[in-house]
Design a protein around this ligand. Structure first.
Ligand code: S3P
Length: 435
């Protein structure tokens, strides 16, 4: 992590321009892991520039995978080792990245050696029993600090599992499908609410066969162990959760005009676009393609009115990473935004319900906080002030968007945390703001 930096964000009049997003974080993690255990080489273009995805690459290197970063277009070339990784000589450093720790634990549970995974202060507070329990049932031995990192995993030959996930989590689903590759037979993972399916899509792109079907409001996925993967050539689509900040910024001003090429449009991620359109943002999709099973589109966006929204049930899981920025624009909507069923926000990089409520109140807004969400009335005016990022990238970026409509300047302390997912965020935002 870079040294602490504070960034001042000034109010804007509107958003104008075109923004090319770095590669999606969720897909980049999965591609790096699967490329490492594939046979042959992979070329990953537009790989995420965020520190989290660099943590995944660092861990793969420690596990004996050779890769090289090419100067042009954030290209990563990976030489896959096949399913057998090398015992690391030091603990695997997952940094701030829950995705790295949870998904990689599925791969190292299948290796016949012991390794340790560590994280920074924030990651060390995050729950890991959601992967410890099913991986232990598969036969891995895992020691932890009462369900929290560091994790010490002794892997080996795994038994298949039939597992219904108690918490809706795409990271856990991917972890178990990855572990399923090392199991003797068929692993089945069921989710009662559909979560992002990049793990399934990526496994198929690398040549794995798996079956997926809808079950009620959720789905089940089955995978057979012992399958060999092959390397791929891929271009990672632009990160939709990073685009969310600019889309919400555009939504703040009726005169905004924004073009977003090459954006991830996977239906399990794109709920944000529906919600923003229902709120009054005009979005047209000018091009749509499929690359390695992922939908990618170009958007033309113009500002409009800004009504309110209620986010609850399956929507809360589908929008989990975008809720902080939706909350940050909520006071400027006509009817406010209410979020329920989003208890998971409490165990993200920070307690995002508390971080959002603290910062909105510091800007002068009224917020009604509950255990699993909040209610933020509309038609409020905010004033610029000094805000904390709480070491959380999405909080730093979300409040720089609220700052665009505040009276006076806002100072974001700990702004360097944006680099976890989007190092160039503040420069890009500045270039899009008209004052
Ligand atoms: C992610 C899934 C979500 C999300 C996280 C990335 C993924 O977490 O919040 O930022 O890439 O699978 P959960 O798996 O905990 O829902």
């Amino acid at each position: 992590m870079k040294a602490a930096t504070a960034v001042t964000v000034r109010p804007a009049r509107r958003i104008r321009g075109s923004v090319q997003l770095p590669g999606d974080k969720s897909i980049s993690h999965r591609y790096a892991m699967l490329a490492g255990i594939a046979e042959g080489s992979s070329r990953l273009e537009n790989y995420s520039t965020g520190a989290d995805c660099a943590s995944t690459l660092g861990c793969m290197r420690s596990l004996g995978v050779t890769w090289e970063r090419k100067a042009e277009q954030n290209v990563i070339e990976v030489q896959g080792r096949g399913l057998t990784l090398r015992p690391p000589s030091d603990p695997l450093d997952c940094g701030n990245s829950g995705s790295t720790m949870r998904m990689l634990s599925g791969l190292i549970a299948g290796q016949s050696f012991t390794s340790e995974m560590v994280g920074d202060e924030s990651l060390s507070r995050r729950p890991m029993e959601r992967v410890i329990k099913p991986l232990s049932q598969m036969g891995a031995q895992i020691e932890s600090e009462q369900g929290k990192p560091p994790l010490r995993i002794t892997g080996g030959h795994l038994k298949p599992i039939d597992y219904s996930m108690p918490v809706a989590s795409a990271q856990v689903k991917s972890c178990l499908l990855f572990a399923g590759l090392f199991a003797d037979g068929e692993t089945r993972v069921e989710e009662s609410v559909r979560t992002r399916d990049h793990g399934e899509v990526a496994l198929r792109a690398f040549g794995a066969r798996l079956e997926r079907k809808n079950v009620g409001t959720g789905s089940e996925v089955r995978i057979h162990g012992g399958q060999r993967l092959h390397g791929i050539e891929a271009r990672v689509p632009g990160d939709l959760s990073s685009a969310a900040f600019f889309l919400c910024a555009a939504a703040l001003f009726p005169g905004s005009e924004l073009t977003v090429p090459n954006l991830l449009m996977n239906p399990t991620r794109a709920r944000l676009l529906d919600v923003l359109m229902q709120m009054g943002l005009h979005i047209s999709v000018t091009q749509l393609d499929e690359i390695n099973g992922e939908l990618v589109g170009s958007l033309q966006v113009t500002g409009g009115t800004l009504k309110g929204a209620i986010i609850a049930g399956a929507d809360s899981a589908a929008l989990i990473d975008e809720i902080p920025v939706l909350a940050a624009i909520a006071p400027f909507t006509e009817k406010g935004i209410e979020v329920r069923d989003a208890r998971e926000l409490r165990v993200k990089e920070s307690d995002r319900i508390a971080s959002v409520a603290t910062n909105l109140r510091k800007m002068g807004a009224e917020v009604d906080e509950s255990e699993d969400g909040f209610k933020i009335p509309g038609r409020q005016s905010l004033h610029g002030t000094e805000l904390e990022s709480f070491g959380d990238h999405r909080i730093a970026m979300a409040f720089s968007i609220a700052a665009l409509r505040a009276q006076g300047d806002t100072l974001i302390l700990g702004a360097e945390s944006a680099a976890i997912s989007y190092p160039a965020f503040f420069q890009t935002l500045e270039a899009l703001c008209e004052r």
